[in-house]
Design a protein around this ligand. Sequence first.
Ligand code: COA
Length: 208
Amino acid sequence: MKLDSRIKIVDITEKAEYEKYIYRCLAPMPFRRYARRQKYLQEAVPKGFRKKLLIFNDEVVGTIEYAPAEASGYPIKSDNVIVMNCVWVLRKAKGHNFGKLLVEDMVKSEANASSFATIALENHWSPWFIKWQMEKLGFKSIDSSQVKHKIKHLEQGFTIHVMWMPIKENAEPPTMDWQKLLEGETFCMAHPLYRPQNWKGSILELIK
Ligand SMILES: CC(C)(COP(=O)(O)OP(=O)(O)OC[C@H]1O[C@@H](n2cnc3c(N)ncnc32)[C@H](O)[C@@H]1OP(=O)(O)O)[C@@H](O)C(=O)NCCC(=O)NCCS
């Protein structure tokens, strides 16, 4: 696939000049190296974590981050699966299918992977990880659980889906360690399932 010359996908995993994007991603917030992200990166980068930016007309408008299961941000397991922690394209760049382009770049870069997995949310109050968007990117739901947040929107249950995209014929569907996921994640503080530093115990509880 040949990219339009205005589009660049850059692997920034170990590029110091792009460090702010590793920490604050595309969010309009000040760059701060925070301990949990630092710890996650220290462990995940040597195991194959990657973060990439999509630059369009010299402006950063998209990102994707992924890692092999053992270094990913979610407790997803399967043989030879790459787990996409996150993908994000800014609304101002929508209409170019940049999300799909980032996913295709990941699939091409991880040619040995049998499949790719991520999560999706349904009925969550945030605009993140919406199921139909993850489906548009090529993933399908293979498992789900209904949960409740323990601090926010206590009255609103939502569903977490395990999303999968097999590539090789013999790919084995991944499994989610739901108990672990209920604890909340710690790899990115902007994530809707983030567990605050001072919170003891799980951040989510199972409804069914
Ligand atoms: C999913 C996402 C990456 C797609 O961005 P994009 O590639 O710029 O999307 P596009 O505008 O080019 O649209 C892609 C496809 O979705 C369709 N689409 C876009 N908006 C739609 C809508 N509101 N309803 C239905 N379809 C829609 C488009 O028609 C297009 O379909 P096609 O592939 O059949 O042509 C982007 O919406 C996003 O970043 N969402 C948030 C992801 C997220 O939660 N990240 C976590 C951050 S913490």
